[in-house]
Design a protein around this ligand. Sequence first.
Ligand code: PRP
Length: 190
Amino acid sequence: MSSFTEQLTADRNNILLTREQIQEKVKKIAAQISNDYQGKIPVLICVLNGSFLFFTDLVRQLSIDCEVDFVKISSYGDALKSSGKIDVLKHVDCPLEGRDVIIVEDIIDTGLSVHFLRRWLKELNPASLRFVSLLIKEGTAVVDYECEYSGFKIGKEFVIGYGLDYRQLLRNLPEIYIMPEMLLQAMDKK
Ligand code: PRP
């Protein structure tokens, strides 16, 4: 019995964004950030778990000095859709007062996470606060939000890979895939 990873990657038609397309975009965003933050030392904050691969690729491409920190929030649980309720599961460790802060997300869907994070982190009085997201789902936002650096605009389909999961699996893939219905059913049966 093949793994879900093998089942998904067996058909390249499931790929939405290749490893090369992603890495090219990561380089572009890193260059933009390096340029905009010349002479500054921003704190980049990885929003766990989804953005862990994007985050590590992004910081490795920066030419400026930076600090890193991590927050963990959860809105989806194991479901396909955001529950709308956000829980903070891990707070930042670094004091953010007076710092230039960049929040790194893998995907913005309803916008609730970004909306929540901006309100929450603003209260910690950073000198500046910007967001970067590799993916932006179009037509799914339920709140207004701002995201200063974005990678790809995508449709409403459910995507996995490169940090994005279904039932905590498939985050390990270097590409981003559209979830095939058959695999979804197989994973639901597990
Ligand atoms: C995902 C993703 C974003 C958020 C975006 O996290 O990583 O943080 O949802 O969705 P929204 O715009 O509708 O708020 P999730 O809660 O699934 O946790 P994970 O990062 O651990 O997968």
